[in-house]
Design a protein around this ligand. Structure first.
Ligand code: CTP
Ligand code: CA
Length: 240
C-alpha cells in the first residue's frame, strides 16, 4: 500500500484470472471433469497480486486453496465460468484464461441418479459443445459500445498442446492464437504425466502482434511471474 504501489508494474490494474477445471454434471452425483489442478491459475493470481493488481480469481475445481488477498468467485461448469468471466471482464484491464474449460458437456443432465438396470440398454452419453469463452471475451471487448472502455484490455489465453501426426506444438498454438484472437497465448506441452498437477512448467508465450516467441521455464510461480511481467510490458506498450 501507499507510495510503494507506484513502483509495482500492475498497481491500479484490475486483473481477472480463471483457474482450475470445470465439472460438467451428468446427474446429481456424477460429472465429466479434467486433470487441471488449478496450480498455474493460483500462481498467476499470486504473481498479479504481488505486482500490485486487484485480482479476481474465477475458480473452477482446484486441488489447491485460493490464495489470500484475491477476490474469489467459485464456479463449477463452463457455462457458470462463462457468466462470471464475461461479467468480471467488463471492468478488467487484463483477463487471463488459465482454466481448463470443458469443450463439451452432457446434452442432458438427469435430475435423479442414473441407475444401472438389467432391463434396458447401456446408456450413451450425448455431448454438446460449450461456448468458447476466450473467443467471446475477445468479441465482447470490441462489441459496439465497449470499444472505448476496453480498447486497452489485454486478453491472455493458455493452450495445452501435445502435438501429433498433423502438427507440432507451436504450429498448433499459432493456429489457435489466430483462431482465438487473444493478445497473448501461453503454450505448454502436455501429456498425461506432464504439467497437470506438477509444480514445474515450460512455456512459450506467443503474441498476436507477431513479436518473437518468448520462452519461460521453471516452477509454476516462476512461469507466472514471467507471464505477469510480460503482461505489464504489454499494458505499458513496451516490447519485452
Ligand atoms: N477456452 C475457453 N472456452 C472453452 C475452451 C477453452 O475459454 N470452451 C480457453 C482456455 O481457458 C484456454 C484457451 O481457450 O485459455 C485454449 O484452450 P484449449 O483447450 O487449448 O483450446 P481449444 O480451442 O479448446 O482447442 P482444443 O481442441 O485443442 O482443445
Ligand atoms: Ca479445449
Amino acid at each position: 500500500q501507499g507510495q510503494s504501489d507506484f513502483q509495482l508494474p500492475l498497481a491500479g490494474r484490475k486483473v481477472t484470472i480463471s483457474a482450475g477445471g470445470t465439472r460438467e454434471p451428468l446427474d446429481p452425483v456424477r460429472f465429466l471433469g479434467n486433470r487441471s489442478s488449478g496450480k498455474q491459475g493460483v500462481a498467476l493470481a499470486v504473481a498479479a497480486r504481488n505486482a500490485g493488481a486487484t485480482v479476481r480469481l474465477i475458480a473452477a475445481h482446484m486441488d489447491v486453496p485460493a490464495p489470500a488477498g484475491v477476490d474469489v468467485v467459485r464456479v463449477e461448469t463452463a457455462l457458470q465460468l462463462r457468466e462470471a468471466a464475461l461479467a468480471a471482464a467488463a471492468d478488467s484491464d487484463v483477463v487471463i484464461m488459465a482454466a481448463a474449460v470443458a469443450d463439451f458437456r452432457p446434452a442432458e443432465v438427469s435430475g435423479t441418479k442414473i441407475k444401472k438396470r438389467d432391463d434396458t440398454a447401456d446408456p450413451v452419453i450425448t455431448l454438446v459443445r460449450n461456448p468458447d469463452i476466450l473467443q467471446e471475451l475477445v468479441e465482447a471487448r470490441s462489441a459496439p459500445g465497449n470499444e472505448a472502455a476496453r480498447r486497452h484490455q489485454l486478453i491472455v489465453g493458455f493452450a495445452a498442446e501435445t502435438g501429433d501426426g498433423q502438427g507440432d506444438v507451436v504450429a498448433y498454438a499459432e493456429a489457435k492464437l489466430k483462431r482465438k484472437g487473444c493478445d497473448l497465448l501461453v503454450v505448454n506441452h502436455v501429456g498425461t504425466d506432464k504439467v497437470f498437477g506438477q509444480d514445474t512448467n515450460s512455456v512459450v508465450i506467443l503474441a498476436r502482434s507477431g513479436a518473437e516467441p518468448q520462452e519461460a521455464a521453471g516452477s509454476k510461480s516462476e512461469v507466472s511471474a514471467a507471464v505477469i511481467t510480460r503482461v505489464g510490458h504489454e499494458l505499458n506498450h513496451v516490447s519485452p
